[in-house]
Design a protein around this ligand. Structure first.
Ligand code: R1P
Ligand code: URA
Length: 350
């Protein structure tokens, strides 16, 4: 860590960069694709407009953000690595760098429980969480039929933004190259697990007590189609974020939101690179006239592993699917009609 951090509650550098993603207001757009790998991020970034040159930042913690314009509309591509904790850093820290709506599409890989070939794209209508129950006695004493604890817990479903879901399906269908024969499946249920292995029902050398996990999950949720590791948490945070409730909270100090923070300084990015103009409001009465910002989220999952046939996608197939789905997600994001007053960061031009 090179920079002095202020505020242990929501740590930032003196120049207002959030602690883990390293961003500050003006460096991330309202419309965002999030994904797991920098290579996928850079592949999709090749579709961004060449001018102004996209801005790229890789944080000390390994988050990579690329912000540019696609068909003239500001978008960011954010590579977050894997799992709920990284998804949590992403949503909370980007949210604090933005004014107005945050519209997020996760473009991730997954395992398919339904009988489809690798390379299929699945657009879930919602997700459940599957988590390891640490209170279960994994070494064996509780592994009896009368044991009180189950080894895995499942949550209730949380839904994706239905308009974003439908926009994704439409864009994927329009963008899929004619020589790609794999299907696009929509309105399914996803499960986000806290392990690639145990809570996705894979058998390893650990005593995970998960041999019947997939059968139990699909019996509970007949529309369950995919397993991955982040979507639930992103949809969950999107569904419960409420800036008005924060403002009204009497017992907690307010978190300085980008819209009201007085100390946002100019970005350090060279001026030839994309910067989203900061239009932080100076007037509380003006802020009240605006609709409250919200987080809208949905996901598209690329099937890398078939849990029915045991096939795993090839590197060549990965390049193909990431290329066309990446373009489709960009099309869906920039084609999404969003009221201008909900996009406070995008007024003016770069
Ligand atoms: C596991 O291999 C990783 O792949 C999936 C899972 O959610 C997990 O992060 O997504 P990404 O391909 O986006 O990383
Ligand atoms: N990502 C996952 O989390 N699971 C899979 O099976 C494949 C990709």
């Amino acid at each position: 860590m090179k920079d002095k951090i202020v505020d242990a509650n929501f740590p930032r550098t003196l120049d207002q960069r959030v602690y883990h993603l390293g961003l500050r207001a003006g460096e991330v757009a309202n419309r965002i694709i999030t994904l797991g790998t920098p290579s996928r991020a850079h592949a999709i970034a090749s579709y961004l407009d060449p001018t102004p040159a996209p801005f790229t930042l890789t944080s000390e913690r390994g988050f990579t953000t690329i912000t540019g314009r696609y068909r003239g509309v500001p978008v960011s591509i954010v590579s977050i690595g894997m799992g709920y904790p990284n998804a949590d850093f992403f949503v909370r820290e980007v949210r604090e760098c933005l004014n107005g709506d945050m519209v997020v599409v996760r473009l991730g890989s997954c395992g398919a429980l339904i009988d489809v070939p690798v390379g299929t794209v699945v657009v879930p209508k919602g997700s459940i969480a599957v988590t390891r129950n640490y209170d279960f006695d994994f070494v064996g004493r509780n592994a009896r039929p009368d044991a009180k604890e189950e080894p895995y817990r499942t949550s209730k479903p949380v839904v994706a933004d239905p308009i974003l879901h439908d926009a994704l399906v439409k864009a994927l269908k329009a963008t899929r190259p004619p020589d790609v024969a794999t299907p696009i499946v929509d309105h399914t249920l996803n499960a986000s697990a806290d392990s690639f292995y145990s809570s996705q029902g894979r058998q390893t050398s650990f005593p995970d007590h998960n041999a019947d996990l997939i059968a139990r999950l699909t019996a509970q949720h007949p529309d369950l189609a995919t397993l991955e590791m982040e979507t639930f948490h992103i949809l969950h945070l999107a569904s419960c974020w409420d800036i008005e409730a924060q403002d009204d909270s009497a017992d907690a100090p307010p978190i300085p939101h980008a819209a009201t923070s007085p100390s946002i300084s100019p970005t350090h990015a060279p001026s030839t690179q994309t910067q989203i103009p900061d239009v932080a409001t100076s007037s509380a009465s003006h802020a009240r006239l605006r609709p409250p910002p919200r987080i809208r989220a949905a996901a598209a999952q690329m099937v890398f592993a078939s849990r029915t046939s045991q096939d795993f996608i090839t590197p060549e197939q990965v390049s193909t699917i990431e290329a066309w789905t990446g373009r489709a997600v960009l099309d869906a994001l920039v084609g999404l009609p969003i009221d201008r007053e909900r996009l406070h960061d995008e007024r003016g031009s770069v």
